[in-house]
Design a protein around this ligand. Structure first.
Ligand code: SF4
Length: 469
């Protein structure tokens, strides 16, 4: 039985309200355990002998339905799996799909270095953070264990990203493992043919391992065998077919696996699932078409239920939709995405620059900020605390008010007389109805800007600087 309410968790906690966890009460801490914003070990008393039994029980009862697995070591180590629900709106999805991009052991060294650097350094700024990718999958194409080990060594010298070692030949996998045995790589893959030797590698090197079979019964049987051997860090690959009827079957297998793990509580098969959109390159020979279908597959299996995937295309038109979709799917629907309230400078504002108001909903804030900075409009941009709600909804819902706007400038220590020559603020067009209230509350002149920030440059041409009254 999985615990899913603070009250259920509270019964297992020490119930002494000592606040050592940073929460005033055990009940408040229980709520953090449910939403995974804190971990059990943040409660020092429960680690004492007198509570050991409850600690161990809670560990089991709080464990996610899908096993959480760590790949790699250090700051770039990546967790995968860890989900409790089939649909994001039921709670949230945890541990975003890990994207691994391939390199191979027959690449000329300069190309290998360039490609690994491109993977490691990929960054795209989006809604206040950088979207990145997660791993390098080193594929053995040569069939030569020494050559593979050389490629793994080179890659591990260049990047801190976790590695996936890809070969169906246990001797090749072993040669790669020898090079990166301290870095907790994922090995790919154990099959019906090689499982005996690959399981020995997973046991000896204590690394997570992918099990591959297109037959779900055989996949389950492999998982059971590995588990009985004491290997619990497993990833399931039911095969990814890039087109036609077999793609439909692949999709159905992903659904079956995840439903079995979450809905039917089949612990034997409740592991992260791997998709391999890279297989599109085996079918489509033209690079743009292959990239296109690879991105389509990545999108499908980000939504349903790929926890990790191996990809090939490093073209922006492939990577950008992949990382954006993943970010959207794994955003926590319980918490609006917010920026810190305050007053920020865009460019290098002077006393004659406008002071523009928006809300602290991250998507709104960064859209406005981007429209201003890309049009080289130097100004002050106020992010009013509306609990992360956009302008129109927060005006209607009472989160954006004249008092809140006044309070925002006061808390930021923004003195209009000192910072501006015009004593004026610009409200978003969608907040026009607040104009009179804001004038009364602040004593400032209030101008009404356009309803969307894309039109600010045109609005500025006509309206700024403000004409004397
Ligand atoms: S540290 Fe533990 S015992 Fe103390 S208040 Fe927090 S949850 Fe309760």
């Amino acid at each position: 039985m999985k615990l899913n309410s603070p009250l259920q968790v509270y019964k297992f906690l020490p119930q002494i309200n000592c606040a050592e966890c940073g929460d005033a009460t055990c009940m408040a801490f229980a709520a953090h355990l449910i939403d995974r914003s804190k971990k059990l070990e943040d409660c020092p008393p429960i680690l004492k002998d007198e509570y050991k039994k409850k600690y161990l029980e809670l560990q089991t009862l709080l464990a996610p339905e899908i096993r959480e697995i760590i790949i790699g070591k250090g700051e770039r180590a990546r967790k995968i799996g860890g989900d409790d629900v089939l649909y994001r709106h039921q709670l949230t999805f945890f541990d975003p799909t890990a994207f691994a991009y391939d390199v191979w052991d027959t690449m000329p060294e300069n190309e290998l270095v360039e490609r690994v650097n491109k993977i490691s350094n990929f960054r795209k700024f989006y809604v206040g953070k950088f979207l990145t990718v997660d791993m390098v999958a080193v594929r053995c194409v040569s069939g030569d264990a020494a050559k593979f080990a050389g490629a793994v060594k080179k890659v591990s010298e260049i990047t801190k990203l976790p590695l996936i070692l890809c070969s169906l030949d246990p001797a090749v996998l072993k040669s790669g493992l020898e090079v990166v045995k301290d870095k907790n790589p994922l090995i790919y893959a154990a099959t019906e043919k090689n499982w005996g030797e690959v399981s020995e590698l997973a046991l000896n090197y204590k690394v997570p391992v992918v099990l591959f079979s297109q037959d779900l019964d055989k996949l389950k049987s492999l998982a059971l065998t590995f588990r009985e051997m004491g290997i619990k860090d497993l990833v399931l690959d039911p095969g990814t077919y890039p087109q036609g009827k077999q793609l439909k079957e692949t999709f159905e297998k992903f659904i079956k696996l995840r439903r079995a793990g979450i809905k039917e509580a089949q612990k034997d098969i409740a592991y992260p699932i791997m998709a391999v959109p890279l297989n599109a390159w085996a079918v489509y020979k033209d690079a743009v078409t292959a990239s296109y279908w690879e991105t389509v597959l990545a999108s499908v299996f980000t939504v349903r239920y790929g926890d990790i995937m191996i990809l090939h295309s490093l073209e922006p038109y492939a990577m950008l939709p992949e990382v954006h979709l993943r970010d959207t799917i794994y955003t926590d629907p319980r918490t609006p995405v917010k920026v810190a309230p305050g007053v920020n400078e865009v460019g290098t504002p002077t006393k004659d620059s406008p002071v523009i108001v928006t809300t602290n909903f991250a998507l709104t804030y960064y859209t406005v900020e981007s429209d201003l900075s890309s049009n080289k409009i130097n100004c002050y941009l106020a992010a009013v605390d509306t609990d992360g709600i956009g302008v129109e909804a927060s005006v209607a819902g009472g989160q954006l008010t004249a008092a809140k706007i006044k309070d925002n400038f006061q808390k930021a220590g923004f003195d209009f007389k000192e910072k501006t020559s015009h004593n004026t603020i610009v409200l978003p067009g969608l907040a026009a109805r607040l104009q009179g209230d804001v004038e009364d509350a602040t004593g400032l002149r209030v101008m009404i800007g356009p309803p969307d920030s894309g039109r600010i440059p045109g609005w500025m041409e006509k309206n700024w600087p403000p004409k004397p009254k």
